[in-house]
Design a protein around this ligand. Structure first.
Ligand code: SF4
Length: 156
């Protein structure tokens, strides 16, 4: 018999049917609903993400995520560490967007996004195998995860 799943359940254990009732300290102390202490499930791993929302007059820059794990092969914004100093100098900083906290089953993501404007998008050298300029209106139809969609819909 699986005592833990059938009798000694976390809520309202059926002590009257329990084969070890006479040895159970919780039962003797009438603390069946408190002992053993229920520990919460293992804590989610926390991760910070720093995205750059880079937009020209009519286009926005997206980057395909080739990393294994979450959002593999979806389109995301470039991460802050994907541009070097010279490239940053071409951008006009606009604003920091509100923090987005996105919960996955095993991870809690804190997403920080800075918005930049680029007057002439052709001046920014990009690796065309991984980056793409997308028409702003079309961008939400790309294969994108929910936080990217939220940012595109609210901050373009
Ligand atoms: S007697 Fe103790 S071990 Fe048995 S069900 Fe009750 S609390 Fe659980």
């Amino acid at each position: 018999m699986d005592l833990g799943s059938m009798i000694c359940t976390p809520i309202n254990p059926t002590c009257k049917n329990c084969p070890i009732q006479n040895k159970c300290k919780s039962f003797q102390l009438n603390l069946q609903n408190m002992i053993p202490v229920k520990t919460s499930k293992s804590q989610k791993k926390e991760k910070n993400i720093n995205w750059l929302l880079i937009a020209s007059k009519d286009k926005v820059l997206l980057k395909r995520n080739v990393n294994k794990g979450i959002w593999q092969n979806l389109w995301l914004f470039p991460e802050a560490n994907s541009l070097n100093y010279e490239k940053f100098n071409l951008l006009e900083e606009k604003e920091s967007l509100p923090l987005i906290v996105h919960n996955l089953s095993h991870q809690k993501l804190s997403i920080f996004t800075k918005k930049y404007f680029l007057k002439n998008k052709d001046r920014l050298p990009i690796d065309r195998r991984g980056f793409v300029w997308v028409n702003k209106k079309e961008s939400v139809k790309m294969g994108i995860p929910k936080p990217v969609k939220t940012i595109l819909e609210n901050h373009l």
